[in-house]
Design a protein around this ligand. Structure first.
Ligand SMILES: Cc1cc2nc3c(=O)[nH]c(=O)nc-3n(C[C@H](O)[C@H](O)[C@H](O)COP(=O)(O)OP(=O)(O)OC[C@H]3O[C@@H](n4cnc5c(N)ncnc54)[C@H](O)[C@@H]3O)c2cc1C
Length: 382
């Protein structure tokens, strides 16, 4: 009987893994099935653009998979039985057996962090959330306020994109940190502050948002800020599926893997992308990013193919090349980094940075997701 590989999740990590697995193992008795909640590939790195009112390209997964032997199953996996080695989609009827599972279920917004966020806040972590925010923004009259909570990369991109596309709105950006862009070299940080200033974004550093209301936010120091929409953007959390299945996870629920991305508790399971706590070059757990997801997806395909054909595989190297921040469509900061994610001195800013980021995002879909042979497993994605 053929060896059944199931890849759970067709994001950056899962789609590239499935395609590369199919190619690596074409001549072997192996089936590769990709299960995904929707029939489209979601360019998550563009969801702040969707929220701001821009159109995004529709990328059907069947088109992405055409010419490959990968079988696509559309459905949401609700449980994994590690004894029977099955993934179950909603009801007992839709069950798939695996011999090897590649878990690539990605991440979601952290709307459970403070009271009121789940009920009242918006997010940009999924297309549904970004679309809901887009509709809300369209309802707000000129002079209205949008509060973005969290000034990590997604918060910065969302605040700038909304401010650029809706100049009549006042965007407030809240962060508990002392400043924005702390991971950038000084020139990048200065450019970032100037760009936010030019876009009219008010920055509220050292401000901890404690709760969200239907018309604003309350902060730890007792202040209340009115807002017509609140965007919760304090980072991502992973779904509970992996923990519920019994895989060894870190405190945040990301699957613990060895240097070959194999689960430390279940050797027939591998984990990639946001869902996995892979060790990056610095020794730190991989950052939730495309930069980590793509090399993990390709790397796991090489590891699994090697093991199934009787070879041993080396570690998958998760290194970084740059941090790429869009500040609207005409501005940005590209911070070049060492493989361990520490900033180098070199920074690209302004229109050149915006064009650079756009080119990288496009080429990720055009070539990066093909799962083709890569020269290095280092990042270099958006
Ligand atoms: C607005 C925004 C901007 C970003 N900008 C950048 C950036 O500039 N650079 C960068 O490196 N990163 C960026 N990121 C982060 C990046 O998008 C993620 O790190 C990346 O998407 C992770 O890839 P992944 O394959 O692990 O997961 P995902 O891309 O989230 O894919 C997971 C897939 O699994 C599917 N899935 C989940 N659960 C199930 C289930 N139970 N059953 C079936 N299918 C399921 C989902 O539908 C999805 O298709 C950004 C994210 C956002 C939201």
């Amino acid at each position: 009987m053929s060896h059944r590989i199931v890849v759970l999740g067709a994001g950056y990590a899962g789609l590239s893994a499935a395609k590369r697995l199919a190619r690596n193992l074409r001549r072997n008795d192996v089936t590769v099935t990709l299960v995904n909640a929707s029939d489209r590939f979601v360019e998550r790195v563009r969801l702040h653009q969707l929220a701001a009112g821009q159109r995004l390209a529709v990328l059907p997964l069947r088109q992405q998979l055409s010419g490959t032997p990968v079988r696509l199953v559309v459905g949401r996996v609700t449980a994994i039985d590690t004894t029977a080695r099955t993934v179950c989609m909603g009801d007992e009827q839709r069950v798939m057996v695996y011999d090897t599972l590649v878990y690539a279920a990605g991440s979601q917004a952290r709307l459970d962090e403070v009271p009121g966020a789940a009920e009242h806040a918006h997010a940009v972590a999924s297309p549904e959330q970004a679309t809901r925010l887009r509709h809300r923004i369209a309802e707000i009259e000129s002079g209205g306020t949008v509060a973005v909570v969290g000034a990590g990369l997604t918060g910065l991109e969302t605040a700038s994109e909304l401010a650029e596309s809706h100049p009549g709105l006042h965007v407030r950006l809240f962060t508990d940190a002392d400043d924005v862009g702390s991971r950038l070299a000084p020139r990048g940080r200065t450019h970032l502050r100037r760009a936010l200033d030019r876009l009219g974004v008010s920055i509220h550093p050292k401000t901890v948002v404690m709760s969200v209301r239907d018309n604003g936010v309350d902060t730890l120091d007792g202040r209340a800020f009115a807002a017509d929409a609140v965007v919760w953007s304090t980072g991502f959390r992973v779904p509970d599926l992996a923990r519920e299945a019994g895989f060894a996870t870190d405190d945040g629920g990301r699957i613990l893997v060895d240097a070959t991305l194999r689960s430390v508790s279940h050797p027939e399971v591998y984990a990639v992308g946001d869902a996995a706590a892979g060790a990056s070059v610095s020794g730190e757990p991989s950052r939730m990013s495309c930069q980590a997801a793509l090399p993990m997806g390709r790397g796991v395909a090489d590891v699994v193919a090697a093991r199934l054909t009787g070879r041993e595989s080396g570690p998958v190297r998760i290194g970084y090349v740059f941090t790429n921040i869009s500040l609207g469509r005409r501005d940005g900061v590209v911070q070049f980094t060492r493989a361990d994610d520490r900033p180098r001195r070199f920074v690209l800013t302004g229109r050149a940075a915006a064009a650079f980021k756009e080119a990288v995002v496009r080429s990720t879909v055009r070539s990066g997701l093909r799962g083709e042979k890569h020269r290095s497993t280092r990042g270099g994605q958006p």
